[in-house]
Design a protein around this ligand. Structure first.
Ligand code: ADP
Ligand code: BMX
Ligand code: ZN
Length: 291
């Protein structure tokens, strides 16, 4: 059985064929269209999967947003160019003619990363620091999706009551400060308008403002991890997303977490599957294995 796995993020769309032994073939990427209208995303997804669909027997989607009953509902529509609602499963079934299922991107990635951990770990949390900040919680070996798909949306917990307003409507969310978009939005002067990738590159060259922007993201993430430890008592936190996986970032998060009282410390690691965790988690969930 070959699964056509799709990962829909705020910055990029990825798709690949995933074989039963969880090997990735023919991976493709396209930029995520920044448009309020669903047509742009539908057209981009059509272009993305067209060369792959004839070789697959089913579709498994990991997508940014709250995924409930096959529909994408943005908690932060700014991450998708203002798009609030998208009929995900219906659209991919129409494009491919294949049975399709969908789950939140960070929840999917958590499930893949949980399977990559050593035996004996039953409680783990995955956090993606990417366009937004997303999360997935595995508790007693079960992936938590909640009653409406909201479980694990750690980016929308409070980092700073006086912080910037988040696209979800709340002030001071972790995502508004620590995410790629948050880092970019806070940039001023010669960094104004730069994306997070550029700001990380400038920080590595010793640019002071860039260094402080990266530091503030890592610091907020460390506090979030301390909160996550207090809430879940997890044995491991795995960090993914292009910001989370950027060189030196995890070391900074470890540094700030070490400043918190010892009870909140937890082992941290970088995503084993790197940027493919969402694709593989969606494929794994589609195997029907009980979560
Ligand atoms: P998505 O959110 O679509 O899943 P990513 O995980 O690639 O995509 O996250 C996109 C964010 O990561 C953007 O804000 C981008 O500027 C930033 N980014 C991409 N590459 C890097 C990098 N090498 N270092 C730091 N940030 C990066
Ligand atoms: C946002 C939210 C989450 C998602 C997270 C990471 C939307 C559209 N997305 O908090 O559902 O898991 O971003 O998404 O409201 P990514 O695009 O950064 O991978
Ligand atoms: Zn928010």
């Amino acid at each position: 059985m070959t699964t056509l796995a799709i990962d829909i993020g705020g910055t990029k769309l990825a798709a690949a064929l995933v074989s039963t032994d969880l090997r990735i073939h023919e991976r493709r990427e396209l930029p995520t269209p920044a448009s309020k209208t669903p047509d742009a995303l539908r057209d981009a997804l059509n272009e993305l999967v067209s060369p792959l669909k004839a070789q697959a027997q089913r579709v498994a989607i990991a997508s940014t947003g709250i995924i409930h009953e096959g529909t994408l509902l943005a908690i932060n529509p700014q991450n998708l160019g203002g798009l609030m609602h998208f009929p995900l499963v219906q659209t991919l079934e129409a494009i491919t003619g294949l049975p399709t299922q969908a789950v939140n991107d960070a929840q999917a990635a958590a499930w893949a990363e949980y399977h990559a951990l050593a035996d004996g770990i039953s409680d783990m949390v995955f956090i993606t620091v990417s366009t937004g900040v997303g999360g997935g919680v595995v508790s007693s070996g079960k992936l938590q999706t909640g009653t409406g798909g909201l479980a694990g949306h750690l980016g929308h917990t409070l980092a700073d009551p006086n912080g910037p307003v988040c696209g979800c409507g709340r002030r001071g969310c972790v995502e508004a400060i620590a995410s790629g978009r948050g880092i970019s939005a806070a940039a001023q002067g010669d960094l104004a308008g730069c994306d997070a990738k550029t700001i990380f590159a400038r920080a590595a060259d010793g640019h002071e403002q860039a260094r402080l922007l990266v530091q503030s993201s890592a610091r907020v993430l460390a506090r979030l991890i301390a909160d996550v430890k207090a809430i879940t008592d997890c044995q491991r936190v795995v960090i993914g997303g292009s910001v989370g996986l950027a060189e030196g970032y995890l070391a900074q998060v470890r540094h700030w977490l070490a400043q918190e009282p010892g009870i909140y410390h937890v082992e941290l690691s970088a995503a084993h599957y790197r940027n493919d965790a969402g694709l593989l988690g969606a494929a794994l969930l589609a195997t029907g294995e009980k979560s």
